[in-house]
Write a protein that binds this ligand. Structure first.
Ligand SMILES: [Zn+2]
Length: 282
């Protein structure tokens, strides 16, 4: 710090904090709608994500999917796209602004501009008991990006090929049968499933700590539109020590897709794209 505080510094600092977005205008989360459907779920698909690798999965609008911890404590990095248009994808920054740094039941995963609509709604979270710990840490953050080989190279000067960014790139390229060069720009900031993170209280730096997730835990979402998903089982494992290397124990993750009984989603409609007229004042 090089500048002395002005005489009214205390007064300037003591202004009230205002929540930026009043979210009561957003489509309301109706737990009873999803609860009725959840009572009649049938598993219709299962995808296993190998450690230090990623896999894609598809979920139709109106279906549910669960990201399930199996075998050991493991963090997952999730990307979501409109299954019919990869240009519409998960927007972690806006999701953070509308909801919070960490998401749980009732929160939506929003898509980018100009579509900006809920892609998915979180309908169950077995880790919702965690809340925020003494360090300010919580689970399922939308503040981190994803581990990637470029940052790793910048910091460590070595190539590492199994960061979540690369895992997601390989998985999307395989799914879309395109090259890595074509697939890579579609990889975007993730939902850090099961990851326990926050900002240090003194220096406000991004931190991680060992995830509280245990086999059997899951994060469940409802697909609001037809979705293509990609999930990476992070090379950081439970992210309690390091990432971007092969030294940490890693475990698979499972994505389960469920369908509810006919007639249990009465009143639900897939959300339309955002209504702004896009004239931008011209
Ligand atoms: Zn990762």
């Amino acid at each position: 710090m090089t500048n002395p505080a002005p005489s009214d510094a205390q007064q300037r600092r003591s202004q009230p904090a205002i929540v930026c977005y009043q979210v009561n205008q957003l489509p309301a989360f109706d737990p009873s709608l999803y609860a009725q459907a959840r009572d009649s779920l049938t598993k219709i698909d299962e995808v296993i994500v190998a450690p230090r690798d990623a896999a894609t999965f598809t979920v139709k609008a109106g279906q549910f999917f669960r990201i399930v911890s199996v075998e050991g404590s493991q963090v997952g990095d999730l990307n979501l796209w409109n299954a019919h248009d990869l240009n519409e994808r998960f927007f972690s920054g806006k999701t953070r602004q509308l909801h919070a740094t960490h998401v749980s039941t009732g929160d939506r995963l929003w898509s980018n501009l100009p579509s900006m609509r809920p892609l998915a709604t979180i309908t169950h979270d077995t880790l919702d008991w965690y809340g925020f710990d003494e360090d300010g840490g919580g689970v399922h953050d939308v503040i981190g990006t994803r581990c990637d080989p470029y940052t790793n190279y910048q910091l460590n000067g070595v190539d590492y090929h199994y960061c979540c960014h690369s895992n997601l790139t390989r998985a999307l390229a395989a799914h879309t049968q395109t090259s890595l060069v074509e697939a890579e720009p579609h990889i975007h900031d993730v939902l850090n499933v099961f990851m326990c993170t926050g900002f240090t209280l003194d220096t406000h730096q991004y931190f991680m700590k060992a995830s509280p997730v245990r086999p059997g835990d899951y994060l469940e979402m409802f697909a609001e539109i037809d979705l293509l998903g990609a999930l990476s089982a992070c090379p950081g494992g439970n992210c309690g020590s390091s990432h971007s290397d092969d030294s940490t124990p890693c475990y698979p993750l499972v994505v389960e897709v469920y369908e509810s009984a006919e007639g249990t989603l009465q009143g639900w409609q897939s959300p339309a794209i955002n209504g702004y007229d896009k004239t931008h004042g011209v």
